[in-house]
Design a protein around this ligand. Structure first.
Ligand SMILES: Cc1ncc(COP(=O)(O)O)c(C=O)c1O
Length: 365
């Protein structure tokens, strides 16, 4: 007799079976510095405004499938036209839509390829494998910057359909060299180059204007890092002809009505409040970095994001476990091995949370 479960599991491609599902701990510790969220809740007045807007939603109806108000808000805040944007349930979903839409193998090939420098955001690799595209990983230099000759060679040999550059990069925290990036964009115009600025609001510069210069460039963004992670709203800005293609693979009602209303306010009426919180995180990042630099066990990398990467002399996993036992969660990369082994990623918290982290670090020595 056939075992139906074995038969059904065999329908899942081996490349998917080899993946590990993304899990987050169920009960957060008192000081949560492991997920690159904003540490600041919305102020009371903003919550009241949001509550009254949410109360107006017709919950018995489907949401606006085009999320027109969110598109309009993005176009007003960032520039571009409403039709230049493709919206997703977080930029995670946008990444998947880009890969789904741009999945035609090049002539003579059997699989489309997706290039990205590593180490970087894990979802580029997970999603390309899950969707049957072939990831092409090009190691960053020792300084975690783009390796121009290696990238040029990889582009020539692999001819990727898509390339993803998180700048600032997660988990290294640095922005990539814009000159190298621009040379790649110019040298390989038949690849869709996606600059992921999830952490752009915390950085010194943005490449957003490249959308107007290069049809082969898309800019990915999200509300998740600036205080609205729960709403799950992300986007890509593309040339409108490409946006129209990607729109074809978007699920009709992928942004729910509560997320849409929240995003509309976050991009409009509440934008100044969120901008102030971002500025507070940037200021606090400098204080956190100087506090961490006092610890002789830590090498602290420069950061343009809302987190800081540190290399630990000694057992980094033991240090992360010790901090957790003291109520502070940070992100350890020990289990992934490779170049990130021995590193911790620490999200910038409130002044009190950062103080708690530094106190826990002191107590762990
Ligand atoms: C570089 C980068 N891009 C995209 C995302 C996805 O963010 P979201 O799906 O919350 O918009 C993350 C989340 O950590 C990230 O680090």
């Amino acid at each position: 007799m056939t075992d139906p479960l074995a038969a059904l599991r065999a329908l899942v491609p081996e490349s998917t079976q080899a993946l590990t599902a993304y899990r987050v701990p169920a009960s957060p510790p008192p000081v949560k510095l492991d997920a690159n969220e904003s540490p600041w809740p919305l102020p009371d007045a903003a919550r009241t405004r949001l509550a009254s807007a949410l109360a107006q939603i017709d919950l018995h109806r489907y949401p606006d499938g085009r999320a027109q108000n969110v598109r309009d808000g993005l176009a007003r805040k960032l520039g571009g036209a409403p039709d230049d944007f493709v919206l997703g349930c977080g930029s995670d979903e946008v990444i998947a839509m880009l890969m789904t839409a741009c999945s035609a193998p090049r002539p003579g090939e059997t699989q489309a390829r997706v290039l990205f420098p590593t180490p970087t955001f894990v979802m580029y690799g997970i999603t390309s494998r899950a969707l049957g595209l072939q990831p092409v990983e090009v190691p960053l230099t020792d300084a975690f910057d783009l390796d121009e000759p290696a990238l040029m060679r990889a582009f020539e040999a692999e001819r990727p359909n898509l390339a993803f550059y998180a700048s600032p990069n997660n988990p290294t925290g640095n922005r990539f060299d814009d000159g190298v990036l621009e040379r790649l964009v110019q040298a390989f115009p038949d690849t869709l180059h996606i600059v992921d600025e999830a952490y752009g609001p915390f950085a010194s510069r943005s490449l957003y204007s490249w959308c107007d210069r290069y049809p082969q460039v898309g800019l990915l963004g999200t509300l998740s890092k600036i205080g609205v992670a729960a709403a799950r709203v992300g986007w890509v800005r593309l040339h409108p002809q490409l946006a129209a293609e990607v729109e074809k693979v978007r699920q009709p009602f992928n942004l729910n009505a509560l997320g849409q209303v929240t995003a509309e306010l976050a991009l409009g009426e509440l934008a100044a409040t969120l901008d102030e919180q971002v500025a507070a995180i940037v200021a606090e990042r400098a204080r956190l970095v100087s506090g961490l630099r006092e610890d002789p066990r830590l090498h602290v990398y420069p950061s343009e994001a809302n987190f800081v990467l540190v290399r630990v002399t000694g057992d980094s996993q033991a240090l992360a476990d010790d901090l957790l036992a003291r109520g502070v969660a940070v992100r350890s990369f020990q289990k992934y091995g490779g170049r990130l082994a021995g590193h911790l990623r620490i999200t910038v918290g409130t002044p009190a949370e950062n103080q708690a982290l530094l106190a826990a670090l002191g107590a762990s020595r």
